[in-house]
Design a protein around this ligand. Structure first.
Ligand code: NAD
Length: 329
């Protein structure tokens, strides 16, 4: 039996992994599910397992890797596409790392448009008002998306699907990518130019040293007054303090965020009984022109099925000793 442990498991993750394990692999994999995140302290729970499965807010730093290595865990299977939370350089030669490069770019792109429509047309506020029989329209004015310029940062799988979604709304599309797709008809500009010209900016690039705080005090200064920022990528692409200040200054007209710089201690958990110590997120949530959700853009049935099936396929290949293009090298 191939022994696998999975960290940061929610009931919906277990349901989809159990389904694929049963229907595709005849329950070949012996999976133990942990609710705890994979961090230094919980790494010891991987004792006697061949494979550890982890997720976006786990912290797989040098110390965590050392513990997994000492326990002879041979494979770290990330059940997500981003891997900014894994010290890949340090893992090299100690533990193989695989990921799920694409599980549903549609899930994330469609959600990004959902956030934009919610924020711009104040749907979140209308929903709350009507529940209290407040049928007033004051303060709910939005703008037509048709003819507005949207700047897409990162034109990979998700960015491209989102561009198509925006085309359906007859928006003007500009893009910036460190590695532009020269075979496409996408109109690329430099990042500075994108900031200057866009009415809406949407982030779809990975978090790297080069992209950390790509939205900061300086880049915000160069943007149009009233710009809307969308982030379904990674929280640390935005300097949250600078974002908050620009919202207070009314420079930024609105922000829809599915990710947050310091999300790992908050997201995916019920913190409703807790005194939140992070004043920036508390203040952001209090703003009428901020929409914040808990890293859920990926959460569709299709994506969860693809995550489970690609992760188990990655693990199957590892046990068979097969080459795998999903390995991060
Ligand atoms: P992808 O690898 O297909 O595309 C990323 C694009 O970013 C590529 O075109 C790449 O050239 C570009 N890029 C790389 N470095 C850049 C830089 N310095 N500046 C500008 N562009 C740069 O990835 P994807 O599948 O489209 O996913 C994009 C991001 O979305 C992921 O990195 C991940 O962080 C995030 N994501 C979020 C969720 C969610 O639920 N919120 C789900 C999946 C992915």
């Amino acid at each position: 039996m191939n022994k696998i442990c999975m960290y940061d498991t929610k009931p919906y993750d277990k349901a989809f992994f159990d389904e694929i394990n049963k229907n595709v692999y005849n329950n070949k994999f012996d999976i133990t599910y942990y609710e705890s995140k994979l961090v230094k302290k919980s790494a010891v729970l991987a004792k006697d397992f061949d494979v550890a499965i982890a997720f976006v807010n786990d912290k797989i730093d040098k110390e965590t890797i050392d513990i997994l290595y000492s326990l002879n865990v041979g494979l770290l299977a990330m059940r997500c596409s981003g891997y900014n939370n894994v010290d890949i350089k340090y893992a090299k030669g100690k533990i193989k790392v695989v990921r799920v490069p694409a599980y549903s770019p549609y899930a994330v792109a469609e959600y990004t448009m959902g956030m934009l429509l919610t924020l711009n047309r104040k749907i979140h506020r209308a929903y709350n008002r009507v529940r209290e029989y407040n049928f007033s329209l004051n303060g709910l004015i939005g703008f037509d998306l048709k003819g507005k310029t949207i700047g897409i940062v990162g034109t990979g799988k998700i960015g491209k699907v989102f561009i198509n979604v925006c085309k359906g709304f007859e928006m003007n599309i500009l893009a910036y990518d460190a590695y532009p797709d020269t075979n496409s008809d996408i109109k690329y500009v430099e990042f500075d130019e994108l900031c200057k010209q866009s009415d809406i900016i949407s982030l779809h690039c990975p978090l790297t040293k080069g992209t950390k705080h790509i939205i900061n005090e300086n880049s915000i200064k160069s943007m149009k007054d009233g710009v809307i920022i969308l982030n379904t990528s990674r929280g640390a692409l935005i300097d949250s303090e600078a974002l908050l200040q620009a919202i207070k200054d009314k420079k930024i007209g609105g922000a829809a965020l599915d990710v947050y710089e310091e999300e790992s201690d908050l997201f995916y958990e019920d913190n409703s009984d807790t005194i939140i110590q992070d004043d920036i997120i508390a203040r952001l949530i209090s703003m009428p022109n901020v929409f914040l959700s808990s890293h859920q853009a990926f959460l569709t049935k299709e994506a969860l099925l693809n995550i489970a099936s690609t992760t188990l396929e990655n693990i199957e290949k590892y046990f068979k000793g097969e080459e795998n293009e999903n390995e991060i090298k």
